[in-house]
Design a protein around this ligand. Structure first.
Ligand code: SAH
Length: 419
């Protein structure tokens, strides 16, 4: 038997003393409105310590008249300098506090397992009052994903609180790319470390609306699966009967499987990632006992979506249902224009392979592109392509992705038909 060393052993505890921050009038306004982020430009001064502060220090923020505004986690390495934990009145941030937030997050998702869903988001960062922290459940395995180094010193307390509220045989830690660039604040932590148990040797099984999936929680994108699209996938299932389906940016075949179960005779999964498509094929194999899935002909195409759509069109391939769920094109404000152009191009390309009377499903997860801008872009591009869209519906996130601040509403999805 191998003894695993606790990966948290070298992490120093959170500092006892707190930083005191003064902020600009704009920063004060944002915090009074309950916004969970304080940007670096909004910090007018830091006191309370000689050193400039470490990620994870607690920062107390005051207004011009030294009145308490908020308390949050300080991160000198991020433009989001403080992620707010409590607005308006001071709170003691400790294991009890964490337990309270986790308990509320778990209660909010209580109905999901009953609906045949054992893979879902348990903690959705800012929207569950735990900014920069995501916890995804894959049945018996939990995946903690950090989007700020500020959570690192709090991991021992977080792990203990999780053990009380949502105990799991295995808890895996994932670190976003930005964090891996600052090893001096990781204290030996690696992406994919196990906080509880051993890292899973194989992809982890879970169910979503009764469909079986597996996810690579150690290496997969995000934490291994995109739970935010669950309701949109279910909707696709309800629209797929008899429709030859193309799933663009298919990843591990989420939308594809719902289409097959919904009665699509043929499904083509298109993605640039060959390993993701191999996982999609395995996910199909896991659901062979479903007659509709077994009857559907599923094929995969590993290619660039833009080039492949043009080529499929040239070959005269047409589909009755086309799903386009690209990666985030705009993470920064200066990328919005390019993202909008990409959405317009994809709309035109998708319509090029959409049969008359077919259904187009277009999604965007770029937080910087608003719902209004995205829907208008898709409609305009369709008009320019001579295939104006008739909207069936437009939707957002599933229930485990609550939206409590403007930037939290990143996912939008349009369902439409074109003659
Ligand atoms: N629809 C999926 C999630 C899509 S994530 C689901 O429901 O699970 C975005 C996917 O786009 C990733 O799998 C990534 O490999 C793929 N991708 C990114 N750029 C691409 C490109 N230019 N062409 C094809 N696929 C691409």
């Amino acid at each position: 038997m191998t003894t695993l060393t606790d990966p948290l052993i070298h992490i120093p505890p959170p500092a006892e003393r707190r930083l005191a921050l003064r902020v600009t009038p704009a920063g004060q306004r944002a915090l009074r409105n309950g916004h969970p982020w304080l940007f670096d430009q909004a910090v007018a001064g830091v006191s309370g310590r000689l050193s400039p502060g470490r990620p994870g220090d607690l920062a107390v923020i005051f207004d011009d008249r030294r009145r308490f505004l908020a308390i949050g986690l300080y991160d000198p390495t991020s433009p989001i300098r403080v992620r707010i934990l409590a607005h308006g009145a001071p709170e003691t941030i400790d294991r009890t506090w964490l337990r309270g937030k986790l308990t509320a997050a778990v209660a909010w998702r209580a109905a999901l397992p009953e609906a045949g869903t054992t893979g879902y988001r348990l903690v959705h960062g800012e929207n569950d009052d735990l900014p920069g922290l995501v916890v995804d459940r894959y049945d018996a395995t939990l995946v903690v994903k950090l989007y700020t180094l500020a959570w690192v010193p709090w991991l021992p307390e977080l792990r203990a609180a999780m053990g009380e509220v949502c105990p799991a045989a295995c808890v895996v830690l994932r670190l976003s790319r930005d964090l891996l660039r600052r090893p001096e604040y990781l204290y030996g932590l690696a992406d994919g470390s196990a906080l509880i148990g051993a890292p899973p040797a194989d992809p982890v099984p879970f169910t979503e609306n009764g469909l079986r999936f597996e996810a690579d929680v150690l290496r997969g994108q995000k934490t291994g699966f995109f739970f935010d699209q669950r309701d949109n996938r279910a909707r696709v299932g309800g629209l797929a009967t008899g429709r030859r389906t193309l799933n663009v940016f298919a990843y591990t075949g989420g939308f594809s499987l719902y289409a097959a179960r919904g009665g699509a005779p043929e499904v083509l999964s298109l993605d640039a990632s060959a390993p993701a498509l191999a996982a999609a094929e395995r996910n199909f194999a896991l659901n062979r006992d479903n007659p509709a899935v077994a009857a559907a002909r599923h094929t995969v195409l590993a290619a660039d979506a833009f080039a492949a759509l043009a080529e499929l069109r040239g070959r005269g391939e047409r589909f009755d249902l086309v799903i386009v769920d690209p990666p985030a094109f705009a993470k920064r404000e200066d990328e919005v224009e390019r993202a909008v152009q990409a959405y317009a191009r994809l709309t035109g390309l998708a319509l090029g392979v959409l049969a008359p009377g077919g259904i187009l499903v277009m999604a965007s997860c770029s937080s910087r592109v608003s719902a209004g801008l995205f829907f208008a872009t898709v409609h305009r591009a369709a008009q320019q392509a001579g295939r104006p869209l008739h909207e069936i519906d437009h939707t957002g996130h599933a229930i485990d992705h609550p939206v409590r601040f403007p930037e939290g509403a990143y996912l939008k999805c349009l369902f439409a038909t074109a003659r």
